[in-house]
Design a binder for this molecule. Structure first.
Ligand code: ADP
Ligand code: GLC
Length: 480
């Protein structure tokens, strides 16, 4: 099949979280299955400057209709591997900036224009390059308008651009909600401004458009697919999601074992396998040394790598300050994000400099080192559509301590509740729940035989794409 993806992040070109990894590894898994895959991403500065993209050829200079004006754009493309083409939708005014979404303090004020332009660029490129896609697959709010814009362009030009459209929600908490006065920039019919269209409490909601108008919708784990039909997790869109329950699939992300694999990981000081864990100890020592701790420290080391947001339960960790004061252990956090949570963690690290360390940068190499070198990986999320880090940590022999929500519930079995199959520690979403998990981690750490059994159980798990990619093929139209 010919499959076109559109997403705002794609590893290794631009990444702020798991979306980049998920889109890249899904695209790769589809190519491995023999499909022809194109991925559109905005031509952000960091993408355009990436060594792979420097040689990109310009294939089109479309004029994109944005309301009552036309804006020029440029479509460039390069091919990182056979079967895969990456298309960049470029316009310096929108994408030649330091960060994809905002300054760090707040979002860019023209994000709606940037992503309307991006989606229209995708549609124009598909039309003018005659891509004839079997399926167009859009991801998250940034591309939520794509199914509508595509069908609208088909009507206007009397073309068929794609047989099927699919919209995947990687995180329902981000919806792309903007003032309705910008609707005219979409050039869509006015009747779509209403409640049966993009309207959401008087504003326009990009993700709602994707959820309502894509032929098929999906999210990234079976549990999250159920959760988002409830008010607790639906972020106000539970009714919209539930109205399409029949077309909704919950498909667990896989992980890319060419990148996240302790036996081959080029970003680690040493590699290791289930048969020989020596390299894990080297990683552990290096992790401790790099954070100013004794490399031979024998007690439990907790690692955490995440966007610092309330989603990730950073506040639950902060609520357990006393645990880190009381217990002899190490906590190493790598994460960027919310200023308030960053401050809280910084204060904790300053108060306990011999135990707690924080790095507030995006560092791909360090994320691998924490994943490999820690004994336990903390991920007490309040909600988690899928979560990749808890899968990475299991295959690296680092025991995840997670809450029982979304994809965490689908990928981590508690080792106390289910000893034969347990590969992690599952807790309730609360400060006390996490405390219980931290205490259980200490107990497990003292019992070396059991610790190793749980570790090896995680390393043996298969988080590959095999089943999921076939399920996507069904969504794309195979067999239906
Ligand atoms: P989410 O997509 O919600 O952020 P996931 O678990 O799906 O959560 O994916 C997070 C990804 O982002 C992982 O690959 C993780 O290693 C990475 N990551 C998060 N913060 C950082 C950081 N500061 N430096 C490097 N990688 C990070
Ligand atoms: C989102 C979610 C995360 C998921 C990732 C990739 O960022 O927060 O749970 O793993 O997308 O699908």
């Amino acid at each position: 099949m010919k499959i076109v993806h559109a997403a705002s992040e794609l590893f290794p070109y631009v990444k702020t979280g798991g979306l980049a990894d998920a889109v890249a590894s899904l695209a790769g898994a589809l190519v491995d299955r023999g499909h022809e895959v194109a991925v559109f991403v905005p031509g952000y500065r960091e993408v355009v400057d990436h060594p792979d993209a420097v040689e990109a050829e310009t294939v089109l200079r479309p004029r994109i209709e944005m309301g009552d004006v036309f804006m020029s754009g440029e479509i460039r493309r390069f091919s990182p591997r056979e079967g895969l083409t990456v298309y960049l939708v470029c316009r310096d005014e929108f994408f030649d900036r330091r960060h994809p979404y905002g300054t760090g303090e707040r979002d860019y004020e023209d994000n709606h224009h940037r992503f309307i332009f991006f989606c229209k660029g995708v549609v124009e490129a598909m039309r003018l390059l005659r891509m004839n896609a079997d399926a167009v697959h859009c991801h998250d709010w940034q591309t939520g308008l794509l199914p509508l814009l595509l069908r609208h362009a088909e009507q206007r030009h009397g073309d068929i651009l794609a047989m099927r459209t699919v919209c995947t929600v990687h995180n329902l908490a981000f919806q792309g909600v903007f003032p309705m006065r910008s609707f005219y920039r979409t050039n869509l019919p006015e009747e779509l401004m209403g409640i049966d269209g993009v309207e959401f409490y008087g504003q326009m909601n990009f993700l709602k458009a994707g959820l309502l108008f894509a032929d098929r919708i999906s999210t990234v784990s079976p549990t999250y697919a159920r959760e988002i039909q409830t008010p607790e997790f639906g972020c106000g869109l539970e009714g919209v999601v539930a109205s399409r329950a029949e077309e909704l699939a919950g498909l667990l992300n896989g992980i890319d074992s060419t990148i996240w694999n302790p036996a081959k990981d080029a970003l680690l000081p040493a590699t290791y396998t289930i048969g020989n864990l020596k390299g894990k100890w080297t990683c552990r020592s290096e992790l401790l040394r790099r954070h100013g701790f004794d490399p031979d420290y024998p007690g439990p080391v907790f690692g955490m790598v995440c966007r610092l947001t309330s989603q990730k339960g950073v506040d639950l960790v902060l609520a357990n300050r006393e645990f880190f004061k009381r217990e002899d252990c190490r906590l190493i956090v790598l994460g960027k994000g919310d200023p308030e949570l960053t401050r809280g963690l910084r204060e904790l690290a300053q108060a306990l400099p011999k135990r707690v360390a924080l790095s507030t940068v995006h560092d791909e190499g360090m994320s691998h080192l924490v994943t490999a070198g820690a004994d336990f990986f903390l991920m007490p999320s309040r909600f988690e559509p899928c979560g990749l880090s808890q899968m990475y940590s299991q295959v690296y022999g680092t025991i995840p301590v997670v809450t029982g929500v979304g994809g965490l519930a689908d990928t981590v079995v508690d080792c106390d509740a289910n000893p034969p199959e347990g590969t992690g520690i599952q807790v309730a979403v609360s400060a006390d729940g996490l405390l219980d998990g931290l205490d259980r981690a200490l107990v497990l750490h003292r019992d070396v035989n059991r610790l190793v059994k749980v570790q090896l159980g995680g390393m043996r798990k298969d988080f590959g794409w095999a089943a999921t990619v076939k399920a996507y093929e069904m969504l794309y139209g195979d067999g239906e």
